[in-house]
Design a protein around this ligand. Structure first.
Ligand SMILES: [Zn+2]
Length: 375
């Protein structure tokens, strides 16, 4: 097995706290993974991520394949060495970006032909090629190549797309088994091979989600992801799809919901039994001057409030963003200063806002892990 997953405690609501051991270290779950799209969590240096206790980060295969190119990263000794990050990493398959960013896609059973959103150049991704790129990047966890159906999509269209995803999952796994090799810089674990997760699709249809989960479990992956959610559907539907998919995934494997969500959502899903989540929201919102705070700073379980730092009311507010937040930004800088940085277009504003938001997410998950461990 290319990873170890040991459940430490489980709540009545099926949430669990666990230790996920990967070649580059142990990750305490449930975990939030900051997104490092182009081998950088935008505007936040690696040493700061370490100080925030980010135990695993994500990078995007599609972006790194186009720029600087996976072969360059392979020659650099893999993504860990290239970006100087010694802790665990996960790469996505490139599927989501190919279907959401690239132009003029032509999909066949074999794979997908697309044009780069950067320069219009033509490329082809198949399951095998996605695996090859992810092996070159060398993250601890890689993802099977999947088709991401548009939303909304009919049952028929979703079923056909799901069948393609299953065929591609089988091909991804075969290629991974034949070509996987030890990752560079691994220290923690006797098995230094990359793990491969399968991705459950099935759109917003309960019967298809169940079928997809069952098909993937038959293929026996070290971990499972739930994809194709948080793509514009109402939050109740996201929750329902997660809940029913979890029922069909093995309890002894890590379960990852891709691309969610707001801080209250990640807390809710963690308590339902989701072990891993990622989202660009904390950094993207930070760059737009949106900060997550607690309604009552002294009660870290109180509702999440979005603070828009652009507002005039903060111009001479010399208090911290969130008086109950333990982050390095709240310890040092005022709302007035952050508002000034944002209003002046100073890059430090994006950095500080992103650090606070990431800290907010990571602290939320730390509290949830504590709650799950103490039941
Ligand atoms: Zn803070």
């Amino acid at each position: 097995m290319s990873l170890q997953f040991e459940i430490a405690a489980e709540s009545a609501g099926a949430g669990r706290s666990a230790h996920l051991t990967l070649p580059h270290g142990v990750v305490q779950t449930p975990v939030f993974m900051p997104v490092g799209t182009a081998a950088t969590v935008k505007a936040v240096p690696q040493d700061v991520l370490e100080r925030l206790n980010a135990e695993i980060i994500l990078a995007n295969t599609y972006h790194l394949y186009l720029r600087p190119g996976h072969e360059l990263i392979r020659r650099a000794g893999g993504l860990h060495r290239f970006m100087s990050w010694e802790r665990p990493m996960l790469t996505d398959s490139g599927g989501f970006q190919v279907f959401s960013l690239a132009k003029l896609r032509k999909i066949s059973d074999d794979g997908v032909e697309f044009q780069s959103h950067l320069d219009g150049s033509k490329h082809f991704f198949s399951p095998e090629h996605s695996m090859e790129v992810q092996i070159a990047l060398g993250a601890d966890v890689m993802m099977a190549f999947d088709e991401c159906v548009e939303t909304p999509a009919s049952w028929e269209r979703t079923k056909n797309s799901m069948a393609l995803t299953h065929a591609w999952a089988g091909r991804s796994k075969k290629y991974w088994e034949e070509h996987r090799h030890e990752v560079p810089w691994a220290r923690e674990f006797e098995d230094k091979h990359q793990a491969l997760f399968g991705i459950v699709q099935g759109g917003m249809y309960a019967d298809l989600r169940k079928e997809s989960a069952e098909r993937l479990v038959e293929m026996d992956f070290p971990g499972y992801a739930i994809g194709g959610l948080a793509v514009g559907e109402p939050r109740e539907v996201t929750r329902e799809m997660i809940a029913l998919t979890l029922e069909h995934l093995p309890k002894d494997r890590p379960r990852y919901v891709m691309g969610v969500g707001y801080p209250d959502e990640i807390e809710e899903y963690a308590k339902m039994g989701v072990d891993m989540m990622d989202c660009v929201l904390p950094t993207r919102a930070g760059r737009h001057g949106l900060l997550f705070v607690r309604e009552d700073p002294n009660d870290r379980t109180s509702p999440v409030v979005r603070m828009n730092i652009k507002k005039l009311e903060y111009a001479e507010d010399h208090g911290p963003i969130d008086a109950g937040c333990g982050c390095m930004v709240c310890a040092r800088y005022s709302r007035a200063y952050l508002r000034h940085l944002f209003a002046s277009g100073e890059p430090l504003g994006a950095t500080l806002n992103s650090i606070h938001n990431l800290s907010f997410y990571l602290e939320t998950m730390e509290r949830v892990r504590g709650e799950l461990a103490s039941v």
